[in-house]
Ligand binder design. Structure first.
Ligand SMILES: Cc1cc2nc3c(=O)[nH]c(=O)nc-3n(C[C@H](O)[C@H](O)[C@H](O)COP(=O)(O)O)c2cc1C
Length: 253
């Protein structure tokens, strides 16, 4: 297998670059790794004109099984270098149908891990979600391209940091080892159904418990009051959990 680390950052040896290098170094022997520092290339959009640089980069993407997309968080989003690279690649990431819809292109079913770093502390990031914007952009592009996510890693608190904390180094090493060892099929469908079932079971239980708690004030023997209050409580819980899953799901610490 080949793991390609793609670094879109102002500094090659900054914290993001160091995290990426640690991950690549941990990839078990017998597998190939390569680090691509985007600033080394003069990347121009894919057009009808010859574009040997982009062509060479596309070949590297094609020959790799797993991509590590590493970009620091700049202005609450993905770094410009990484965004520019993904923008230029668009016609190679997705095919466009006649009606303008896009479908995954030739990289469908490859795998990626996203990695970012930021100045603000883990606690600040936990509450403000400063790095969510970075992950969201990467996820949006990769999901359009049909590339399957294997995980995400964040290093917050780089302001004043001298060396990367040991536990983050260990995390990078763990990911480096895991990237090539697991069966990388997207077999999450069953897992998602099980999660959905458990979510509904727990929410129904909480809803019924809350209804029970309001038994004194709610005439629950009336079918419509019983049904209406169940729907209302269930909806509030569902909205809350969906908000959590869609807004708060990214790694922040
Ligand atoms: C242009 C620019 C914008 C930045 N915006 C943010 C930001 O919005 N939030 C944040 O926490 N850090 C921000 N930072 C700090 C970087 O994310 C942080 O220093 C990161 O660890 C740099 O990675 P590096 O060491 O790999 O260069 C910004 C840095 C630059 C240069």
């Amino acid at each position: 297998m080949k793991v390609l680390g793609i670094l879109g950052a102002h500094k090659k040896d900054g914290f993001t670059g160091q995290m990426l290098a640690t991950m690549l170094n941990a990839v078990p022997k017998g597998n190939e790794t390569e680090l691509l520092y985007l600033a080394d290339y003069d990347i121009k959009p894919h057009t009808a004109a010859p574009n040997p640089t982009l062509k060479a980069l596309i070949a590297k993407l094609a020959e790799s099984d797993v991509w590590i997309l590493a970009a620091p968080t700049y202005w609450g989003s993905v770094s410009g270098d990484m965004k520019h690279f993904l923008d230029c690649l668009r016609p190679k990431l997705v095919y466009q149908k006649k009606n303008g819809d896009t479908i995954p292109g030739p990289f469908k079913n490859k795998h990626y891990l996203s990695l970012t770093t930021c100045y603000i502390s883990a606690l600040d990031n936990y509450f403000s979600g400063a790095t969510d914007g970075t992950f969201r952009v990467l996820d949006k592009v990769m999901s359009a391209a049909g590339v399957i996510k294997v995980g995400e890693v964040v290093l917050p608190g780089t302001f004043g940091m001298k060396t990367i904390p040991a536990k983050k180094i260990a995390l990078c090493e763990k990911w480096g080892q895991r990237l090539v060892t697991k069966d990388r099929r997207d077999d999450n469908t069953l897992k998602r159904y099980i999660q959905l079932f458990l979510m509904i079971a727990v929410m129904a239980l909480i809803t019924m418990a809350l209804q029970g708690a309001f038994r004194q004030v709610l005439p629950l023997q009336n079918f419509f009051v019983n049904w209406g209050s169940f729907v209302l409580i269930f909806f509030v819980l569902l909205a809350g959990i969906l908000h959590f899953v869609t807004v708060m799901k990214h790694r922040r610490r």
